[in-house]
Design a protein. Structure first.
Length: 253
């Protein structure tokens, strides 16, 4: 009869780990991504881990799971195209350099697009079409526009993308590293959110000032109308008195 321990062992779940990529494959991926990392002006080369999955295209591993800041990419990307592999690698890198506490928000979109712009602008990266960086982005990348814009007809997606495109184009040509640019983009985003938060109070104050000015204009107009009425009475009185004087002067003739 089997002991409890033997039964547990018989049912234990086998565990496999991802193995190192074969040298030929690793060499091909390295040759593809090294010029991309250089063109993006990344401070370091983030490792890529190819995983045998079709559940997702890529995954930015949190530092507690992967201190070397590696990104996971589905090995299905290898069968699609070099361009797909570069695009998903840059998407996951954007997650890594934007840092904690972000979503697919405008700061992420701007950072991802900035990386694509830098890569597209490089003569050494021939897998991305020059100037077509925005075509590699999609609505998937802006699923979390600012909550302050949620009442807009498109839930703020349009304004968030416009903001992100403008910021990405501003930082793409700068000489700074991609990590430093990402930090500045995040600071810029925080300032924009503060502005959006303050906007309703500012708009209410402006509306109150406009209402006050309109009330003041109405009261001035009323005062002017009263002055005009008194002037009209005075003019009639003067005319009447002049008429009486003329009547006395010539009336007796
Ligand atoms: Zn993502």
């Amino acid at each position: 009869m089997a002991t409890d321990l033997e039964e547990v062992e018989a049912l234990s779940v086998p565990v496999f780990q991802v193995q190192s990529a074969p040298p030929a494959l690793a060499g091909w991926v390295t040759r593809l991504l090294t010029p991309v990392v250089a063109a993006c002006r990344l401070r370091r080369a983030y490792p890529i881990e190819l995983r045998p999955t079709g559940c997702w295209a890529g995954w930015a591993l949190a530092p507690e799971y992967a201190p070397d800041r590696r990104v996971s990419v589905s090995n299905l990307m290898l069968y699609r195209s070099p361009r797909a592999l570069v695009t998903i690698y840059l998407h996951e890198l954007a997650h890594q350099i934007v840092g904690a506490d972000h979503d697919h928000d405008a700061q992420f979109f701007a950072t991802n697009l900035m990386l694509l712009l830098r890569a597209s602008d490089s003569v050494d990266v021939d897998v991305l079409p020059a100037g077509g960086a925005l075509a590699e982005m999609g609505l998937y990348d802006i699923q979390a526009p600012p909550v302050e814009l949620q009442r807009e007809p498109d839930a703020g997606v349009g304004r968030a993308v416009s903001w992100a495109i403008s910021v990405a184009h501003e930082f793409a040509p700068k000489a700074m590293t991609a990590e430093d640019a990402a930090a500045e983009i995040c600071a810029r985003y925080a300032a924009w959110i503060l502005q959006l938060e303050a906007a309703p109070a500012k708009a209410a104050a402006a509306a109150a000032a406009r209402a006050q000015a309109a009330a003041a204009a109405i009261s001035t107009a009323q005062r002017l109308r009263r002055v005009h009425a008194w002037m009209a009475v005075a003019a009639v009185t003067v005319l009447a008195e002049a008429f009486m004087l003329l009547k006395f002067a010539f009336g007796g003739a």
